[in-house]
Design a protein around this ligand. Structure first.
Ligand code: ASP
Length: 445
């Protein structure tokens, strides 16, 4: 009876979110191709660009609403993740495993990127004319910061990690500082007596719940948002940009695919989970990451997926996902080295082993500081290029295809965070479970 009633509902209402998002991606891409001046060009270029802005509106609103609540959500989730584990040894156990884990996976991504770019040599396929024309006339204008941190000493950089003025960090959206701030508060709350921390924990519970409520509202228009964002990108970027740079694009994509394969291996060997089950469980955050290019925007869905579909303990999901979205960006790191090696090939710069080691170290460091929003990976790339002697203007060459690569690397970034959750749940989950017993939140009385 119930089944019959269920199947009479229109398909889009019955469909899972991932099915709706997938349909939205195909439709958005299809309509974009029909309208794009470099595709079928059904409309004159100017009207197509105007229409693109309107079609993208729901997507822009969707992203703005999520960005609006992402900072309170990160702060409350990290603090509650730490406090719901019940004692400070959780952080010690998590810290000594998660930091080396994140650094190692990022280093693997970087080595993979360097290998793919060195073997395929995408820079050899670029002719000087194309380079000049693309450098002079880029479809996007991105403000590229050439500011490097080279003049700041390492001890000073370490001190700067602690947010002296948390309000400034909030205004600057300095996520790393915000995460560190939340970790301090979480640990301090654990050290307090229950009667002293109850008020703050209750407040944080409410803040987390209200942030998630707003995210839920935004998720209602997720398929429409995805449709609009994809259509807009296809109209604006066009397809011919992809063909001129196809070997470079293929190198990044191959690297990302190999990295995905390594994640699946990690899930199997370290997380003791079937890769097929893992992939099926995470398709919604993956598709959303692909269409929004923002790990921050997908964070709430990733937390929910980790907890509900991958059965990761709540405190681990609450702690690892926001932390990973901020500092674990393997897809971005891989992309950055492929881009850097590609540009050295285009500019005829030979990299010595020393240069490669420097490139690896800078990229691992840079990916930690890269904010999880669209298009920033390429901005941070400026610092990395500076280190290997590529003129920053070289970025103009790869801007045209950046958005599509951003979509793919963000998908891998999000997959990396979910992989980390599965592994950490296996490594430290049992310690947490005894105290947490997977209650929604600790009873603080
Ligand atoms: N868009 C990426 C992310 O949010 C960051 C990047 O630009 O590489 O994960």
């Amino acid at each position: 009876m119930q089944k019959e009633h269920h199947s009479r509902k229109p398909f889009l209402i019955r469909a899972h979110l991932w099915q709706q998002v997938l349909i939205a991606i195909v439709l958005g891409f299809g309509l974009g191709l029909l309208l794009s001046p470099s595709g079928v060009a059904l409309l004159p270029a100017e009207s197509a660009y105007n229409l693109a802005q309107w079609v993208a509106l729901p997507g822009q609103l969707f992203l703005a609403v999520i960005q609006m609540v992402v900072i309170p959500l990160v702060i409350s989730s990290i603090i509650l993740g730490i406090t719901s584990s019940g004692d400070a040894s959780f952080l010690k156990k998590a810290g000594i495993r998660i930091v080396p884990y994140f650094v190692s996976t990022t280093a693997i991504a970087v080595v993979l990127g360097i290998t793919v770019a060195t073997v395929l040599r995408p820079g050899n396929y670029i002719d000087a004319d194309l380079m000049r024309s693309m450098a002079g006339d880029t479809p996007h204008t991105v403000k590229i910061s050439t500011e490097t941190q080279n003049d700041i000493s390492i001890p000073q950089r370490i001190v700067r990690l602690v947010p002296e003025n948390p309000y400034q960090s909030l205004i600057d959206k300095d996520m790393l500082a915000i995460v560190i701030y939340a970790i301090f508060i979480g640990v301090a709350l654990l050290a307090l007596e229950k009667r002293q921390n109850k008020l703050v924990l209750d407040l944080l519970n409410s803040i987390q719940a209200l942030a998630l409520k707003i995210v839920n509202w935004a998720m209602m228009i997720a398929p429409l948002a995805v449709f609009g964002l994809l259509c807009d990108i296809t109209i604006r970027v066009g397809v011919e940009a992809l063909f001129g740079m196809s070997v470079y694009v293929a190198s990044v994509l191959l690297g990302l695919l190999l990295l995905l394969g390594i994640y699946l291996l990690i899930v199997l060997l370290l997380g003791k989970k079937s890769p097929g089950v893992f992939l099926r469980a995470i398709r919604e955050p993956q598709l959303l990451a692909f269409s929004t290019s923002s790990s921050a925007a997908v964070m709430p869905l990733s937390m929910q997926t980790a907890h509900e579909k991958l059965n990761v303990r709540k405190s681990i999901a609450q702690f690892i996902i926001p932390l990973g979205a901020t500092i674990n960006m393997d897809g971005t790191a891989l992309y950055q080295v492929v881009a850097a090696v590609f540009l050295t090939q285009v500019f005829g710069i030979d990299l010595t082993l020393n240069d490669l080691l420097l490139l690896t170290a800078t990229t691992v460091g840079a990916s930690i500081g890269t904010p999880s929003t669209p298009g920033v990976g390429i901005v941070i790339l400026a610092t990395i290029l500076h280190g290997v002697g590529v003129p920053t203007s070289g970025i103009a060459l790869i801007l045209g295809v950046d958005r599509i690569l951003d979509m793919c690397r963000t998908t891998v970034n999000v997959t990396g965070d979910l992989t980390a959750c599965v592994v950490m749940d296996r490594w430290i989950g049992k310690d947490v479970a005894a105290r947490e017993s997977d209650q929604p939140l600790p009873e603080v009385t």
